[in-house]
Design a protein around this ligand. Structure first.
Ligand code: P6P
Length: 353
């Protein structure tokens, strides 16, 4: 008969600790990639390490945004009488202060700055170029919706060193050496490609490390029938785009229509499209003939990720990665996701359907 005052021995067994399967940090993964990908050189690896560091710094603030009053307007002070920045300015500062002295970059450009960001003269210039949207979708923070950072990395155009120029920034997306995004959501995920597949990492806040969660991400085939578009603009859309949406809303031979999903945060909508398939679209409208999203630090990096995952990324008539850039903040209509769905969009937008 067990003694109620003496719990059974089994109660004293060591707690069951989940044995982690092979833990691969992003640093280890990047180092291993150097072995299999010659162009993934040491300095480029350093840039990727610093992307991961920047993401951790931003994640820490984004995740406590609801707790500490740091959503205030610039110039306020919080309960600790600390200077308060809006989160998008904080995120922008994180990128600039992480990269301006590392000697890897020769120039930067940010969605938050009209002009290019030079490397301060006191620091050495390197061979790489970084363009970024530090906190895309930041207006969604107040309602706890996933937001993200988007980044694009090039090798400088000329190799005579010194400060980079606008010529180093205005590039075709097909020349990107690395690109990706960080999704600050229920977990913080970093997804990137260096042209040899797409790799996803999840931040373990307990140890402050990005751990490999999915190597070689591929958009599923045939992919879920989901389209993602802000249909509030329906009356402003061109007839071809309205016909495309009507087609996706029409039951197929099995009586199935597409589902509509739209977060309004590009990183969230693209991340879902990457993992489930479907079509993310931000088309041209009568009032925005080039759409809203920016070529250099939104469309191009996301297009490289989507193509590397087996999908497609088009303006509706041209491959996004082939677009010549002539302005730092130029906009471009975009349709990206599963090949089946982007090809459908191209058929409607080019009038062949
Ligand atoms: P709309 C967020 O403001 C953003 O830049 C992207 O993240 C998002 O895809 C798009 O704009 C949403 O724009 O016009 O639908 O609110």
């Amino acid at each position: 008969m067990s003694d109620p005052l003496r719990p059974p021995v089994s109660a004293f067994k060591a707690p069951i600790v989940m044995r982690p399967n092979r833990v691969v940090t992003i640093e280890r993964f990047i180092l291993d990639q150097q072995g299999v990908q010659p162009e993934a050189t040491g300095p480029l690896s350093e840039v990727l390490y610093d992307i991961a560091l920047t993401a951790k710094l931003i994640a820490r603030e984004v995740n406590k945004a609801g707790l500490v009053d740091i959503l205030g307007e610039t110039g306020d002070t919080n309960v600790h009488d600390e200077y308060v920045q809006k989160l998008d300015e904080f995120a922008d500062d994180c990128f600039i202060k992480t990269f301006d002295h590392g000697g890897r970059l020769c120039i930067m450009a940010s969605e938050e700055h009209d002009e290019p960001i030079p490397i301060p003269p006191k620091f050495t210039c390197g061979d790489y170029v970084l363009l970024f949207d530090p906190l895309d979708g930041s207006s969604n923070i107040d309602v706890n919706v996933t937001v993200g950072s988007i980044f694009s990395v090039y090798k400088r155009k000329n190799d005579f060193g010194g400060a980079g120029t606008m010529e180093d920034l205005l590039r075709k997306g097909s020349e990107q050496l690395a690109a990706g995004y960080v999704a600050y959501g229920s977990s913080t995920m970093l997804v990137y490609t260096t042209g040899k597949g797409v790799h996803a990492f999840t931040l373990d806040p307990g140890i402050g490390e990005f751990l490999l969660s999915e190597p070689a991400v591929q958009i599923p085939l045939p992919g879920r029938k989901i389209y993602s578009c802000n249909e509030g603009y329906r009356q402003l859309l061109f007839p071809s785009t309205r016909r495309l949406i009507d087609h996706m809303q029409t039951p197929d031979e099995n009586g199935k229509t597409y589902s509509s999903r739209y977060v309004g945060s590009m990183v969230a909508d693209i991340h879902r499209t990457l993992l489930y398939g479907g079509l993310f679209m931000y088309p041209a409208t009568e009032t925005t003939p080039n759409g809203k999203l920016r070529l250099l630090y939104e469309a191009n990096p996301m297009a490289l990720v989507i193509e590397q995952a087996g999908g497609m990324a088009s303006t509706g008539s041209h491959r996004i990665l082939d677009i010549e850039a002539n302005d730092l903040h130029q906009r471009v209509p975009l349709y990206m996701g599963s090949k089946r769905d982007v090809e459908l969009a191209i058929r409607f937008e080019s009038g062949t359907d």
